[in-house]
Design a protein around this ligand. Structure first.
Ligand SMILES: Cc1ncc(COP(=O)(O)O)c(C=O)c1O
Length: 464
């Protein structure tokens, strides 16, 4: 009777602040959206032959189990017990009902956020770093070379390396290396070696320093350095923190848990939002829900990027290299051109010229939407969030907050009570210098001029 009255008053929607799952409820499989897509993503091409690459082309830098996941068309993939065991250090992550933000905005919208900042590295990135380290260790690899933008991925890989006894070398984009010393220190604490990129350790690093000694670096360039390192050392593999299919599959644990938690709350999202750098946390939170959309359910999924690196909103959908030096296969994706150098905004993890081929194809097919925001309005949203929900968010995640607030304000205008879910991909406690800049009015907006984007795109490889 009481439950009936409660449901009558609340419409069946629970009003708890935190919706938790027990460890036994952690999903035991990752979701692969590929078999459910109306148009599967186009295959990566070999840069020399321009033919689809085979597993052998990738085996110099990836273990076979990850290559199999990369090309898999199986909907579900078992999560190894060893990985689940380490996941329990922070998973399941909480789902919050943003009651205080809702009250502040005076919106009828129901806002939920999945908080991935509870991981030891402070973001969603360990969800894939742990399995990547596990599969490499099983394949007998001794060292991982990788890149990092803001330091979130590098610190996650350093953490994963320490869990499985692997050495880790990280090429960290120079602008972030200088802006975020605490991330470097975290990586070193977990035992990794960190180089500011462009570095003098690799050929492509040295070449770009010759052209411009003040090169601030970019994710594309740091990837080139890490790939070169892995390809030139037999005991070393490469690991990527975003973009590739297997990375996005691993991140679907975010959306799968959210689905269970929303079911406990008696709710289901009308809108799912994630910030988008290479697309892994967006895909991670959105794809398990998009599966329902593909089967007829009403849902909007919004990927949010910085207007200074507007890959989905202003880039072209075509084959391009995943890195600056042209060492990777061609990926079919939205791209701004592989030597596009985005300005040194504080959301360092969103400064990437391309996007996940899975996210790109879904955007091309109109199944997802994209929005771009300048950094000042993003920090304004971050401040509102910190003052209402208490967590200081990562600058990257704050792009999702901006979009969620805007959607909630539209609900207010229209008097509609929609359910909005966004992924809070990380905390910002190691990004306080960015907040200091914002508070001292040192942050500026930067809209990349269209003609610079056209120039960069004009240099893209021509695929016959
Ligand atoms: C906190 C945070 N969110 C989001 C991203 C963007 O990556 P992705 O688009 O792969 O989720 C990063 C990248 O470093 C990050 O650190």
């Amino acid at each position: 009777m009481l439950k009936y009255l409660y449901d009558l008053i609340t419409g069946g929607i629970m009003r708890e602040t935190k919706i938790m799952l027990s460890e036994s409820e952690i999903p035991r499989q990752w979701y692969n959206i590929t078999p459910d897509m109306p148009n599967p993503p186009k295959p990566p091409l070999h840069p020399a032959t321009q033919q689809p690459i085979g597993p052998d082309d990738l085996s110099a830098i990836f273990p076979m189990s990850l290559i199999e996941q990369e090309v898999s068309t199986q909907r579900w993939m078992d999560i190894p017990e060893e990985v689940l065991d380490i996941y329990t250090l922070w998973r399941p992550s909480p789902l919050f009902r943003a009651k205080r933000l809702e009250s502040f905005l005076k919106t009828p919208a129901r806002i939920y956020y999945k908080y991935e900042g509870v991981s030891p590295a402070g973001s969603h990135k360990p969800n894939t770093a742990i399995p990547q380290a596990y599969y490499n260790k099983k394949a007998g690899i001794k060292r991982i070379a990788t890149e990092t933008g803001a330091g979130q991925w590098g610190s996650s890989m350093a953490l994963a390396g320490s869990m499985f006894g692997l050495d880790v070398t990280v090429y960290m984009v120079k602008v972030s290396y200088n802006q975020k010393p605490y991330r470097r220190i975290s990586m070193e604490t977990w035992g990794a070696t960190v180089h500011a990129s462009p570095s003098t350790v690799t050929n492509c690093g040295r070449k770009s320093l010759e052209i411009n000694p003040d090169n601030p670096g970019s994710l594309g360039l740091a990837i080139s350095e890490a790939v070169e390192d892995a390809a030139t050392h037999d005991d070393t593999n490469y690991a990527l923190g975003s973009v590739l299919n297997h990375v996005v599959h691993h991140q679907t644990i975010i959306g799968l848990e959210s689905k269970k938690q929303l079911a406990i709350a008696g709710d289901y999202p009308d809108i799912v939002i994630g910030c988008c750098g290479g697309g892994s946390n967006f895909g991670g939170v959105a794809f398990p829900f998009l599966a329902d959309k593909i089967n007829g359910k009403e849902l909007r999924a919004i990927a949010v990027e910085p207007s200074s690196c507007p890959t989905l909103t202003k880039g072209d959908f075509r084959y391009d290299f995943g890195d600056t030096a042209g060492l990777t296969p061609f990926l079919m994706m939205y791209t701004l051109g592989h030597d596009f150098m985005p300005p040194g905004i504080h959301a360092g993890g969103l400064r990437y010229h391309g996007d996940s081929p899975l996210v790109s194809q879904l955007y091309r097919d109109g199944l997802i939407e994209a929005k771009a925001y300048p950094q000042l309005s993003v920090f304004e949203a971050a401040m509102t969030f910190a003052k209402t929900e208490a967590i200081i968010p990562a600058p990257e995640s704050s792009h999702a907050i901006r979009a969620a607030i805007d959607e909630a304000l539209i609900c207010k205008e229209e008097g509609k009570s929609k359910c909005i879910l966004f992924n809070l991909s990380g905390h910002g406690y190691l990004d306080l210098a960015a907040y200091d800049d914002y508070l001292n009015k040192k942050l500026v907006d930067f809209e990349y001029p269209d003609e610079c984007i056209r120039e960069s795109l004009a240099k893209l490889p021509v695929i016959k």
